[in-house]
Design a protein around this ligand. Structure first.
Ligand SMILES: [Zn+2]
Length: 204
């Protein structure tokens, strides 16, 4: 059977897991590899991530990559589409803070032949599915679920544990306020059940 020539399809790759699992580091690694392969890369992150840099994505291991800060998915679309003809790879960090509108946009980009790399937390600090990430995972060509190291026992950790009773808002990535925990040693604070939503509304 003769194969039909077809346009190169895009792909959606999701990199997920708890905090301290190396998601941003893995995103940066893939973006750098794409650059070495002479592919043109655009990277974005929501402006809720205040740790380390305003205009770069940063991993906990100090690796960085330039990223445009976006307010929301509409802002992302407005910035990305004028340059889309010159972009082959689109990187998105902290994608859990974007609305569900990122799902149809990612699908649209893949249909246009783009490689979309989306990194973000799969679960909140109360172990609920986080924002659009589970949906993106379902739609993805490839999902990389990373684990961290439990700070109590050293086993593989899938949870992000919030420490203390802090009511401070927007403490994303603040070292010391969160740590990775395994299933056995994870215990969400029941009286802080809406903490993730508080973080979101505080910066809207
Ligand atoms: Zn443990």
């Amino acid at each position: 059977m003769q194969q039909q020539p077809c346009p190169t399809p895009g792909v959606l790759e999701v990199i997920t897991g708890p905090m301290f699992s190396g998601k941003s580091e893995e995103l940066i690694r893939r973006l750098k590899r794409a650059r070495i392969a002479r592919q043109r890369v655009a990277c974005f992150k929501p402006d809720i991530d205040l740790r380390y840099h305003r205009t770069a994505i940063a991993s906990h291991s100090q690796q960085t990559h330039e990223a445009e800060v976006i307010r929301n998915v509409e802002d992302l679309r407005a910035r990305l589409f004028p340059m889309l003809h010159a972009v082959e790879v689109v990187g998105l960090d902290e994608v859990q803070f974007l609305s569900g509108a990122i799902v149809p946009l990612a699908t649209e980009l893949v249909a246009l032949g783009k490689r979309v790399l989306a990194a973000g937390l799969d679960m909140t600090f109360t172990a609920e599915p986080f924002g659009p990430v589970p949906h993106l995972m379902a739609m993805a060509d490839k999902v990389t679920k990373l684990s961290a190291v439990c700070m109590v026992c050293g086993q593989s950790a899938i949870h992000t544990q919030r420490l203390g009773q802090s009511q401070e808002l927007v403490i994303v990535g603040a070292t010391g306020l969160y740590e990775a925990r395994c299933r056995t040693h994870f215990s969400p604070f029941l009286d802080e059940h809406h903490s993730e939503q508080l973080e979101l509304t505080a910066t809207a």
